[in-house]
Design a protein around this ligand. Structure first.
Ligand SMILES: [Zn+2]
Length: 408
């Protein structure tokens, strides 16, 4: 599904296609693909299904061999609509499988569609570098040289409750710790706690400079913003300027926004207290209201507000992907609402759920809204200051790296 845009967005549904074996093999191993696509029955004498992560929450199910290329194909065709200029926002809500690994399924994710889409965007047309005085380069010996270009930059932003281990590990490059630049930056805003899935060495805060302790450098293009239980609108509003600081420092040409909705209030994970959007009666101050007339105001920091910031204010081509969400009626509410945000015509949160087969599941409110929870947000001011210091240092590094790269 894609959304075309000028000043007024319209929506156009593009049928997904099956990704080819070769398209999937751009990232996944052949051993993994041969198994999930039913091309092989596995090597004799080894428990291949377990080795490939196809157990527990990633069990083999009928039609898995169709599901894997279809999810990847939807995200790839959405990426292609951006690259070819057919749309400035593209949506694949079935995508966003951010735990899938090169050779393993993990966390309900069988195919690394986020990684495949980013790899496709890396091969998007080169970006012309404009000169200070004119877009036209000067004549050299009577000839006009081809304008200088650079490769496109892609920023992956992940709003799911869980750390984006599959994507972050795919693009993490330890050799970037001290110098160099990357075409891809990943930033995951997520809950982290000892033992909370997925456990990863990359899921902590970036090292922050401290007078008596020099933290080891790490790849500044692999960023993680862990949050404590109960995080909701106020905490997201507090850290959002850091997200936009990273965007400014990296200056991406494409955004891949993973919109997992399992941090919403009411999710079975019961960790996040996030709301979908709309007016929070207890916090309807001027800062919270959007600056566009005739639109329902969005509470600063809500999921709808964050997505609105990206698709309606950043002015960068954006691929919207889905993600986790274990309260199914709330997930359906969220993706319907986020689609209206992508059209820049947000539905009122008081919209009644239309009558359909699963209507009873929307009790007791039977409206679109997912209000914030009453859970206590345990992210203290002290912790948020620590986050601020760590990200300010990361942003300074990114800015410096870009200056060096573009001067070369
Ligand atoms: Zn999740």
């Amino acid at each position: 599904m894609t959304v075309n845009s000028n000043t007024c967005r319209t929506i156009k549904v593009v049928n997904p296609r099956y990704a080819s074996y070769d398209e999937l093999a751009v990232y996944h191993t052949r051993q993994y693909l041969d198994y999930v696509l039913r091309r092989s029955e596995g090597a004799e004498g080894m428990n291949e299904q377990d080795d490939l992560g196809l157990e527990d929450d990633c069990h083999v199910f009928p039609s898995l061999e169709k599901y894997v290329p279809l999810v990847a194909g939807a995200s790839l065709i959405a990426a292609q609509t951006l690259m070819r200029g057919f749309a400035d926002v593209a949506i694949a809500w079935d995508g966003g499988r951010h735990h899938a690994q090169k050779a393993r399924a993990s966390g309900f994710c069988y195919v690394a569609d986020c990684v495949l889409a980013i790899l496709a965007l890396k091969r998007a047309p080169l970006i012309p570098l404009t000169t200070h005085t004119s877009d036209e380069p000067p004549l050299v010996d009577g000839y006009r040289p081809a304008p200088k270009t650079r490769k496109p930059r892609i920023m992956y932003l992940d709003l799911d409750l869980h750390f984006s281990d599959g994507v972050s590990h795919a693009f993490h490059n330890a050799s970037l710790a001290s110098r160099g630049s990357s075409q891809v930056l990943t930033l995951s805003i997520h809950h982290a706690a000892p033992g909370f899935f997925p456990v990863s060495p990359l899921s902590g805060l970036p090292p922050s400079p401290r007078p008596l302790f020099q933290a080891p450098p790490q790849d500044p293009y692999t960023l993680s913003l862990p949050l404590y239980p109960g995080y909701g609108n106020a905490t997201l509003a507090s850290v959002w300027p850091l997200v936009e600081g990273v965007r400014d420092a990296f200056a991406p040409d494409y955004i891949v926004l993973q919109c997992g909705v399992d941090a919403l209030a009411g999710d079975k994970c019961a960790v996040g207290g996030w709301s979908l959007g709309g007016v929070d009666e207890g916090d309807a101050d001027e800062k919270a209201a959007m600056d566009i007339d005739e639109r329902p105001p969005l509470v600063a920091g809500s999921l709808g507000w964050c997505v609105d910031r990206v698709v309606n204010h950043w002015g960068i081509k954006t691929l919207l992907l889905g993600g986790g969400g274990y309260n199914h009626p709330n997930a359906a509410r969220a993706y319907a609402y986020l689609t209206s945000i992508a059209l820049n015509r947000p539905l009122p949160l008081s919209t009644h759920i239309p009558d359909h087969t699963f209507f009873p599941a929307y009790a007791p409110s039977f409206i679109l809204d997912v209000p914030p929870s009453t859970m206590q947000d345990t992210n203290t001011d002290t912790y948020l200051q620590e986050v601020d210091a760590a990200f300010s240092a990361a942003i300074a590094t990114l800015r410096e790296r870009r200056k060096v790269t573009e001067a070369a």
